[in-house]
Design a protein around this ligand. Sequence first.
Ligand code: FVH
Length: 285
Amino acid sequence: MSENISVLGLGLMGSALAEALMAAGHRVTVWNRTPAKADPLVAKGAARAATPAAAVEASPLVIACLLDYPSVYDVLKDTELSGRVLANLTSGRPAEAREAASWAAEQGADYLDGGIMAVPQMIANPGALILYSGSEPAFDRHEPALAALADARYVGADPGMAPLLDLAMLTGMYGQMAGVLEAAALVTSAKFPLTEFTTTLLIPWLNAMAALAPVWAEKIETGDHHTEVSNLEINRVGLENLARAFREQGVKPDLLLPMKTIIDQRTARGLGHEGLSGLVEELYN
Ligand code: FVH
């Protein structure tokens, strides 16, 4: 069913969102601080709002996709959000999302926070995912429209949950990147063809390791860090060896060393017989 939807913020991501909604047959009103960025969308049939207030007035579903949360307040401060759903797809921290939900409630609006797990080119294409948290009735009401942007997954009533899971997924990505970059430096230092290493060796290895994530999850959830695979002591020696080999090749192992520090800390507590999953216990304040 076609909906009236307003999109505030037409940077790279906001423009992709507005375009996907139009392509799905929705009536889209757009506003951007720099008005020229709306021109391509208006040329394709979007309605141009002269002010954020006019954009909000045009639709029951208001999507904000701005630089950061302060800019969201800047843009929405003189608008009448009462009775509308604010879907804030701006990246931020869980605490910012909770504050924004309270602020929206004061304005009389339902609030959804969204974590976009995609780059603009992926929007409306397979593989794009947006996590939503906050008002479940609001999500249910607008899910068909939101599904035009990406796979739309509701993750809970706590508005901070979508940004938290977004950050957790990015954390996994950065960890993987750190390993890939260190491996690339080591392989390149030995003049082995990097593309061949990546495609024929590294990717199958990483995929096999990633498949073990649910086993790790179970160990962490139960607190049972017993292992029959490889204990912390073996990994401590392994990482020491790895760091030494890196240096001998003229490569700094700096992206990996923080993990070694935590392993050293845990083994110093006499827990070297445990598996790597126990390291999570060292990460809580
Ligand atoms: N692009 C991406 O790949 C990532 C994917 C994951 C999610 N992010 C988040 O999406 C938000 C917007 O990102 P973006 O890529 O669209 O960013 P820009 O192209 O830089 O556009 C920023 C828009 O924000 C407007 N803006 C900034 N400050 C203000 C302000 N004080 N008042 C009003 N509008 C403001 C800016 O307007 P203008 O510069 O064109 O006038 C753009 O519309 C972001 O949270 C990412 O983390 C994208």
